[in-house]
Ligand binder design. Sequence first.
Ligand SMILES: CC(C)(COP(=O)(O)OP(=O)(O)OC[C@H]1O[C@@H](n2cnc3c(N)ncnc32)[C@H](O)[C@@H]1OP(=O)(O)O)[C@@H](O)C(=O)NCCC(=O)NCCS
Length: 156
Amino acid sequence: MIRVANKSDYIEMDSVFRASAEALCVRDYDSQTVLDWVGEARPERFVDSANDGCTQYVKVLENKVTCFGELNIEKQLLLSLFVLPDYAGKGIGQEMIEFLLTKASDAGIKILKVDSSLNAANFYLRNGFVEHSKSDFTTQNGVVLESVKMECVLST
Ligand SMILES: CC(C)(COP(=O)(O)OP(=O)(O)OC[C@H]1O[C@@H](n2cnc3c(N)ncnc32)[C@H](O)[C@@H]1OP(=O)(O)O)[C@@H](O)C(=O)NCCC(=O)NCCS
């Protein structure tokens, strides 16, 4: 089941983010860049993104947050989607992206944007996004990551 995240999920979401980036993003970034990006545990990152207008969703399995996604309706932006490495490749990311696309469409968004990490660009391509441009994404803690700006036209 996917549900809206609570503040009490933030510690687990932070663990999912850090484990996922360290295990799955190193395919396309050097490990020092990933370590700088991931930094220390910082669940407050989700307080910041919620204050910035994001709605956060979690997929809970076996009493564990296995995946989270963040959608900023006002900015028409999919901010993040991370799967716990042990649960990758089992259809959870797919379930979450379909859920987020439906939420965005239901909110009346016509074009949803994402700044995709290099490793996930093909995943978004498979899900209806097209590449808009290459870009440099500055993370909350100031690390610059090569990324791909992508857009998905939603049917409303
Ligand atoms: C990208 C990510 C969300 C995919 O989640 P996942 O749960 O492993 O993906 P799924 O198991 O749902 O895969 C669904 C389909 O997409 C494919 N797929 C998964 N990851 C892919 C990738 N990086 N590139 C291309 N295809 C991918 C799968 O092979 C599967 O195909 P199939 O239906 O033909 O079998 C996950 O790898 C992840 O968390 N990556 C690190 C974090 C990240 O970079 N997030 C994006 C930030 S913007």
